[in-house]
Ligand binder design. Structure first.
Ligand SMILES: [Fe+2]
Length: 291
């Protein structure tokens, strides 16, 4: 690889179903996605691929995926898009609508592709009706086999939940991949030419060096976590961004493309009572999914 290869990292699209009111949708994600796709269309040269690292929709219902599909079609981009699933997605909503698949609707969505000399490995870290991430039986074995294939190629991992940076506070495990799977992932990727991990979930731009691997999370397109308020709790502001990745012989760089934003508060929770509130949210989501 001598010429730079560019790609796009989208995350947390949270596309809604315009026909159904949604108390948990705080911004016009349809308009934001349309605007971001229009910006991507102006890039020269055009990126080789787009990754969308989960929370593609806000509720995971088929109509929301239909809306996502329509927005993508309307944008008219001639660029492959690789989807990961997040905690707001539902496999039984995603598979039939986005892939036309009618069997095995509860299986995790893991897939890999080689594009422009990059081996992109997408892992499903979502756990039905849970906010935090984890792997199911078999996913790590699949990952290890992928990491051993195309050994000469740089590998990019895409997963909604980034590995945990701190693993001492069980009350915060919902922010990341589970602590146990973070450790398993660390062992699996060691020495395997992983040039980066692209994630979302926590809705702010953050770049970390995780055991030597650049690990990137993005604000996404729904609402931006106020990083100046994290000592109190979660305050979501008006704000969105996407990122442009560039792989050169010297390594990977990530350039953030923020959208115009008022930074007005949209919603907030304090940490007091948060653990109970999150459990209630998971229970409510499970009930809604069962209806
Ligand atoms: Fe999200």
């Amino acid at each position: 690889m001598s010429e730079p290869v560019t790609f796009i990292h989208l995350t947390d699209l949270h596309v809604g179903n315009p026909a159904v009111p949604d108390d948990h949708l705080y911004s016009d994600t349809t308009t934001t996605l349309r605007r971001i796709l229009a910006e991507i269309k102006t890039l020269v040269p055009q990126p080789k691929f787009i990754v969308a690292s989960g929370d593609l929709t806000n509720r995971g219902d088929a109509a929301s995926y239909e809306n996502l599909k329509a927005i993508l079609a309307e944008a008219g981009l001639d660029i492959p898009i690789l989807f990961a699933l997040g905690n707001h997605d539902r496999r039984d909503g995603f598979y039939p609508t986005m892939l036309g698949r009618s069997d095995n609707l509860n299986a995790p969505y893991d897939h890999a592709a080689v594009i422009a000399g990059i081996h992109v490995i997408t892992l499903d870290s979502s756990v039905p009706n849970k906010i935090g991430g984890a792997f199911e039986a078999g996913q790590l074995d699949w990952l290890k086999a992928e990491l051993d294939s195309h050994a000469e190629l740089p590998k990019l991992l895409v997963m909604h939940h980034a590995p945990a940076l701190d693993t001492h506070n069980p009350d915060m495990e919902w922010e990341s991949l589970s602590y146990a799977d973070t450790e398993s992932l660390r062992q699996a990727v060691a020495g395997k030419n992983v040039i980066g991990i692209l994630s979302g979930h926590i809705h702010y731009d953050r770049v970390s060096n995780w055991y030597g691997i650049p690990t990137v999370v993005g604000i996404g397109q729904h609402a931006a976590t106020d990083v100046t308020w994290l000592h109190e709790g979660l305050r979501m502001l008006d704000g969105a961004a996407f990122a442009i990745g560039t792989l050169r012989p010297s390594g990977l760089s990530i350039t953030f493309a923020p959208q115009a934003a008022t930074r007005q508060p949209l919603h907030s929770f304090t940490w007091v009572g948060m653990t109970e509130a999150l459990k209630k949210y998971e229970a409510d989501t499970a009930v809604a999914a069962a209806e």
